[in-house]
Design a protein around this ligand. Structure first.
Ligand code: NAP
Length: 324
């Protein structure tokens, strides 16, 4: 089968497209899925570069959508031919053996593309806004990288929840996109004026600062995020697009009594009940038309390196997908 293998950590060039990978055999608790599409997430770049440790050789890719072609022992509720979306590992391939516990059936009338454009990213966004910091109507929220895969969905979810959203994004086109999603204030943090985004956030909030910052940019924004948050506010660091946040001296949090959190999706969807809860929440937002998805591009699997180059080069908005 076709698949992309990473033998050692490095740049996009370590993504090796192959046509003679063995088709995996589903083990107990697994399903074999023929992927119609696979999602590209920023976390894939962390495993590629070695920022996050994982055994090599490795097939990257944490999610996909396709058809069940075989069921392993001890699985129930799935049969060959089911159209499903899954989370696991090894998505950059034609076939993946996936955990049945992290697989859901895609209902008729919803496309693989729509589900996958919102699946891992959208469930992340829902866990962040409902559990990490339960967003309240009227909260001032600062969201970095608001035009990205997660950001595009999060801007909408925050508006649905009644928040006042300040979105940052790089460049006028991205900012126009974020504005079109209903963000109250949009700051181009790469422009001359926007470089001082902390000042602009303070101005927008009457000098007070925001109730919560959702920061997935990390290294380049963490200091500003600490300044932009209000007294008794919260900062949620959930990604490292510019590099990881350095170790923080806890006394820095004292003057404003700031709370910080560093969540990850899988900690919120460990049980089947939690996983289904967030998937159903996501599905109802999609099916009601409240949540729009945006696919930046569907890349043929052999162009996976280009997908990583575009994502890390800040050239994309919305979700990147691969077609095996
Ligand atoms: N904790 C979790 O469970 C979890 C789950 C899913 C995603 N995440 C995190 O959420 C973030 C978004 O993921 P995504 O897959 O949707 O990616 P994405 O937001 O589509 O892409 C990353 C964006 O970050 C911004 N950025 C700022 N500085 C950057 C830099 N130095 N290099 C590259 N990009 C930079 C860019 O937008 P601008 O050009 O607008 O700045 C870029 O488009 C990532 O940090 C990811 O790790 C975390």
């Amino acid at each position: 089968m076709k698949g992309v293998v990473v033998e050692q950590t490095g740049g996009p060039e370590v993504l090796q497209f192959r046509t003679s990978q063995p088709v995996p055999t589903p083990q107990a608790g697994q399903l074999l899925v023929r992927n119609n599409l696979a999602g590209v997430n920023y976390i894939d770049t962390y495993f590629r570069t070695g920022l996050y440790a994982s055994p090599k050789p490795e097939v990257l890719g944490r999610e996909g959508a396709g058809t069940v072609t075989a069921v392993g022992d001890g699985t129930s509720g799935f049969t060959v031919g089911d159209r499903v979306a899954w989370m696991g590992t090894g998505g950059y391939a034609e076939y993946t053996a996936v955990p049945a516990a992290k697989t859901v059936k895609i209902p008729d009338g919803v496309s693989d593309e729509d589900v996958l454009a919102a699946f891992l990213s959208g469930m992340t966004v829902l866990t962040l806004a409902k559990e990490t910091y339960p967003v309240q109507k009227g909260d001032w929220v600062l969201l970095h990288a608001a035009a990205g895969g997660a950001g595009f969905l999060m801007t909408q979810v925050l508006k649905i929840m009644g928040a006042k959203v300040i979105g940052t994004a790089g460049g006028p086109e991205k900012c126009a996109l974020v504005k079109s999603l209903g963000a109250d204030v949009v700051i181009d943090y790469r422009s001359e004026e926007g470089k001082d985004w902390v000042k602009l956030v303070k101005e927008a909030t009457g000098g007070r600062g925001v109730d919560v910052v959702f920061d997935s940019v990390g290294k380049d924004t963490w200091e500003g995020s600490l300044e932009a948050v209000k007294r008794k506010g919260t900062i949620i660091w959930f990604g490292n697009a510019s590099g990881p946040v350095p170790p923080i001296a806890l006394p820095l949090l004292s003057p404003k009594c700031v709370k910080i959190a560093r969540p990850q999706l899988f900690g919120y969807i460990e049980t089947r009940e939690e996983f289904e809860y967030y998937f159903n929440e996501l599905l109802s937002l999609l099916q009601s038309g409240q949540l729009k998805v945006k696919v930046h591009k569907v890349y043929p699997l052999e162009q996976v390196a280009q997908a990583h180059i575009d994502l890390e080069g800040r050239k994309t908005t919305g979700k990147l997908l691969l077609k095996p």
